[in-house]
Design a protein around this ligand. Structure first.
Ligand code: ADP
Ligand code: MG
Length: 324
């Protein structure tokens, strides 16, 4: 199969055509049109085999993870996803891999009405680069820069599962541990919190998605907003699967603080807007938990039972150190 047959077979005409896509895959560029008064939020991420996923991982899970992690960046801005491009580098043409990859990719894309509008296909070590684009109100995207002293800090969902799932993926001897399979699945099958992000646009003062671990990502908000924070680790939401897998509730909290690739949202809300959160997020299908408060200064302090604690936590690593 040459490059053009491959593009026709796997990428052309696989989805419903959005009205704002004036020219889809097949020309030198795609041509799209944003709604009046909308700004466009754009984010790019690369996933490399051996760094972000194992080369022999289930292609359906890899496709989901690749698109979900990109869409999560749009969620963190409160954006409404619209278009995605996919640059795919493949070591060879493996039809069963491509079938499974593209089917899973379109399933998640269709769920959020995101259309694949272009990309590139090349030969080489397995990797993929996605660029997602979505709409945000011109004046009002959610950013990392708006947190104020006194704002409350929230997270969606449960934290820590992804780190445990990654351990199971990398060390098959851990498969026999309680809930190992569920956690492995959760590592791959996160759902970007698009609805939450949209609902937070008029309410939250800042937001970030948790890709590098709560501590690391909340620190981006603190730095961007010139503030500090106090977190109560006893409030951190952890799943019963994680608690069962680790059989140690303190360790579960530590996982919740450091686990990357969670793709939950961390956001801040002023006292004034706190009361409207419940109804604003009621239709979003996820829990949310207040875990602390923004403070003056620039420190991130951890507390438990009213006292400061000094946990030394590892940052988040991928399969191997991939920092440059
Ligand atoms: P060019 O050489 O002009 O860059 P290509 O031959 O690479 O064009 O691509 C032909 C068309 O197929 C373009 O519209 C491009 O966006 C699309 N395309 C190529 N690879 C992919 C892919 N992996 N996913 C989606 N669209 C793709
Ligand atoms: Mg090309």
């Amino acid at each position: 199969m040459n490059e053009f047959n491959l593009i026709d077979k796997y990428f052309v005409g696989k989805q419903n055509q959005r009205k704002d896509v004036l020219l889809p895959i097949g020309d030198d560029c795609a041509v799209v049109k944003a709604p009046d008064n909308a700004a466009i939020a754009i984010s790019t991420d690369t996933l490399v085999a051996g760094t972000h996923f194992l080369a022999d991982a289930d292609p359906a899970l890899v496709a989901h993870k690749a698109l979900a992690s990109n869409l999560s960046d749009l969620a963190a801005m409160g954006a409404t996803p619209a278009w995605v491009s996919l640059a795919l580098t493949l070591p060879d043409v493996n039809p069963s891999w491509l079938d499974a990859f593209t089917e899973s990719f379109y399933e998640l894309a269709d769920y959020f009405s995101v259309q694949l509008i272009g990309g590139d296909t090349t030969k080489g070590p397995l990797s993929m680069t996605l660029t997602v684009q979505g709409f945000v109100p011109e004046q009002q995207p959610l950013t990392r820069r708006g947190a104020k002293v006194g704002d409350w800090i929230y997270v969606t969902g449960c934290l820590g599962d992804s780190k445990a799932g990654l351990e199971v993926i990398l060390d098959s001897s851990k498969r026999s541990k309680s809930c190992a399979r569920e956690l492995e699945k959760k590592h791959y099958l996160t759902m970007p919190r698009i609805l939450v992000g949209q609902a937070l646009l008029p309410i939250a003062s800042s937001a970030v998605d948790i890709s590098d671990g709560l501590i690391a990502d909340l620190s981006h908000i603190l730095k961007g907003s010139n503030v500090g924070a106090q977190l109560d680790v006893d409030l951190l939401p952890v799943s019963k699967e994680l608690t069962s897998y680790l059989a140690d509730s303190e360790l579960a909290k530590q996982y919740a603080l450091s686990s990357g690739e969670e793709y939950e949202l961390c956001f801040t809300v002023s006292e004034e807007h706190r009361g409207s959160l419940e109804s604003a997020l009621a239709h979003c299908g996820t829990t949310f938990t207040c875990i602390g408060q923004i403070r003056a200064g620039d420190k991130l302090e951890l507390h438990s039972q009213g006292k400061a604690i000094d946990w030394q936590l590892d940052g988040f690593d991928h399969f191997e150190d991939n920092t440059l």
